[in-house]
Design a protein around this ligand. Sequence first.
Ligand code: FAD
Length: 567
Amino acid sequence: NPSLSSLLVVFTVSGGSLLAYSEANASTQLSSAVASEDGKKKKRVVVLGTGWAGTSFLKSLKDPSYDVQVISPRNYFAFTPLLPSVTCGTVEPRSIVEPIRNIVRKKNVDIHFWEAECFKIDAANKKVYCKPTQGGKMDGNSEFVVDYDYLVVAMGARANTFNTPGVEENCHFLKEIEDAQRIRRTVINCFERASLPNLTDEERRRVLTFVIVGGGPTGVEFAAELHDFISEDLVKLYPKAKDLVKITLLEAGDHILNMFDKRITVFAEGKFKRDGIDLKMGSMVVKVSDSVISTKDVKTGEVSSLPYGMVVWSTGIGTRPVIMDFMKQVGQVNRRVLATDEWLRVERTDSIYALGDCATINQRKVMEDISEIFSKADKDSSGTLTVKEFQEALDDICERYPQMELYLKNKKMSSLVDILKESKGDIAKESIELNIEDFKLALSQVDSQMKNLPATAQVAAQQGAYLASCFNRMEECEKNPEGPVRFRESGRHRFKPFRYKHLGQFAPLGGEQTAAQLPGDWVSIGHSSQWLWYSVYASKLVSWRTRALVITDWTRRFIFGRDSSQI
Ligand code: FAD
């Protein structure tokens, strides 16, 4: 009853402190009124999201002087790198999730969790609007509003369909636990349907055609998992399906895993071909109906159709509507993700931070930094530097932006000349004096190809830990505005800016083989890397409980194979 609810004021005691709720027009106001032990009002930090970035922030936050409110439609943290293993039953879904309340329970910090989805951020009034959810879905029409002093936006991203017709309705995505469970059921269902007596061979072939769109790490890992599931387990139970089943991977670019070292790409493509996985490069999906996927050849423009039984769409990440709305509000238009500065503060806002897949450090800022590095290196202000000076400046840039170094290494561009060749194609000698403006232009082209930090768990987790370390020292810094010497370095801000440290990446390729690209340009492919993968992922799991469950799942799979019951 809106008229009644508008009068309702409820007080509740939480964690020894008083919270005031007032309900107005079916929306509840959760105002910040929590006091610390010394009677001072605690600053409220609202964290949106319990994924890699949000959880890492919460785990690393140690300062008890904050009142922390966490809002997320899921009351758990999911270890996404093992999601592809869930699609085929190698690992069970509950083994890779940990209740968020378990993760934050031991802390001496006041942390309250609300299972809800934020649908609006009001930056001007420092409020977020939320709707309760159940199992990740909005639950009814009730709303509540939470005030904040600091807002940490860590809402991740959604699947990107590029507005391709029919994708939303007919394809599976692989972002959430539910997606992985749905895929597992659908794969088994396809084998059961193909076994029914009333189907023609052509129809059976269609039902057993599995299409994966996107040759990035997730698409490739899923294709490898599916291939193993079929060849190691399902063909034993459905022997007639053996000659009919087909896995096709569609990639719009020239190669799969193109963010990895070329040696890994070549190995992966060779292995997939040997495994009978049909790789179709230069194939852009233009439409998906309920049984046929239409693709266009990027070079010839020829359109072809492929009947399918299941499509998994894995072509990168798109923007959540609430983030899109927020970007408009703060004047960040025509962007895919929120732009932040190097301290992860959302540009054009006050007290709002964004991290993980929903944010990126603004590239304009990066180019300003690059210019500053060159100006410093150009001691005689002549506008030219020697090759040695250029190389030193480049080393400085790579140190500040490890993603630049990664990009150069992946492209095998080790020298300045390589970079200039890439962009201009007419530089042959290394002994010439190079013009700063030419070089900046070349670098900006490398930079725009390199785009932003990769949207990975590694980046999100490091950003979460970095931001928490800033919050842990915020009070100390506020008391001493000049800042202790160690924070003063950049002169722009009291904390050192965020620096990403790349620890390497894996690409599991099936058949107990993994490709690993580790720092220092070290590449390892094969069975030994698979064991490294097992060890790294087991150690990175968020709790001993999940670690024990995942190791048990792996052992079960080694001994008994994967379960093909459709439950
Ligand atoms: P997420 O982890 O997606 O978390 C977002 C959080 O926000 C979730 O808790 C969500 O419920 C919540 N949320 C969503 N909407 C709202 C809302 N409206 N209000 C409040 N909360 C909201 N990275 C690697 O480094 N290595 C890997 O091997 C790897 N493998 C992957 C495999 C798969 C299948 C996938 C999908 C991703 C993989 N990634 C991997 C990428 C990695 O998972 C992401 O980069 C990482 O999850 C980003 O962290 P995040 O915190 O920004 O977002």
